[in-house]
Design a protein around this ligand. Structure first.
Ligand SMILES: Nc1ncnc2c1ncn2[C@@H]1O[C@H](COP(=O)(O)OP(=O)(O)OP(=O)(O)O)[C@@H](O)[C@H]1O
Length: 255
């Protein structure tokens, strides 16, 4: 579990995250949603220590990241798998080398153990037979799968994903969402996904935190979203005609 308590972050005096408290549960896909500029990326960057926060606590299974020295922080970071926007693969490395990279950096595994782990992770994301290809030679969806394989290579306790579906078509987005959800359950990981994709919300939103202008406005599950009377949340979630229709069908089904 990752908990944040009273987290504040400002840039040059402008507050972008204001007193955020939330818990992200183990074995669940926890979503941070909100419109562009609401503070989602700043929040996940703060959680992993890429931003220094002004105030608050960040607890990784009870261990306060903020009070840690650099060695302790480094050890926590080894437990975090990161999936960045746009995959962030190394273009000059093959698929296999990309997945092996964290093992080379942070593990004491032998060469054969690394090979075994790389192949295991690539198999887990249904990407066999692509080991020797370069990122430019595979599709965007395959690149995301390589990035997921790399993110799980060190057997993380935590998986943090920034807009995992950016640049993907709706069908491929669902495949990636499902993969993230399956891996989360299978390995009992605490997963945080930052998204403004409503399909992801409805598909994998086991726990959802809604940010608006740097403030947490709502939290709940994908099912609870339909019954929420939070106007700011409803304006965001049910902005499109399609989702307005889905809500109408949902409320008719309840009658
Ligand atoms: N390094 C920075 N310096 C100054 N302001 C920043 C910095 N990073 C983010 N901000 C500001 O913080 C606010 C929140 O930005 P953030 O990137 O977290 O939004 P977001 O919800 O992730 O948006 P999007 O969905 O478009 O990625 C924005 O007003 C942004 O301009």
């Amino acid at each position: 579990m990752i908990e944040i308590v009273g987290l504040r972050k400002s840039f040059e005096g402008r507050i972008v995250l204001d007193d955020i408290s939330a818990s992200f549960e183990k074995g669940k896909t926890n979503l941070i949603i909100g419109q562009s500029g609401s503070g989602k990326t700043v929040l996940i960057k703060s959680i992993v220590g890429l931003h220094q926060i002004d105030d608050g606590a960040i607890l990784y299974d009870g261990r306060n990241f903020i009070g840690m020295n650099s060695l302790e922080r480094k050890n926590i970071r080894k437990e975090i798998g990161m999936l960045f926007q746009g995959s962030a693969l190394f273009d000059y490395m093959t698929v296999e080398e990309n997945v092996r990279f964290p093992l080379d950096m942070f593990s004491n595994m032998s060469l054969s153990e690394k090979d075994e782990r790389v192949n295991f992770c690539l198999k887990r994301v249904n990407l066999e037979n692509a080991n020797q290809r370069y990122p430019s030679e595979i599709s965007g969806g395959m690149q995301k799968r390589v990035a997921i394989a790399r993110a799980i290579s060190l057997n993380p306790r935590y998986l943090i994903c920034d807009e995992p579906n950016s640049g993907l078509d709706p069908r491929t987005s669902i495949v990636i969402d499902e993969l993230i959800r399956e891996i989360t359950t299978e390995y009992d990981i605490t997963t945080i996904v930052n998204t403004h994709d409503m399909n992801s919300v409805m598909g994998i939103g086991e726990k959802i935190i809604f940010l608006h202008e740097g403030v947490k406005h709502w939290e709940g599950t994908k099912d609870e979203i339909f019954d929420s009377d939070n106007e700011v949340l409803n304006d965001f979630v049910f902005a499109s005609e399609l989702f307005k229709k889905i809500r109408r069908v949902h409320s008719l089904a309840k009658c």
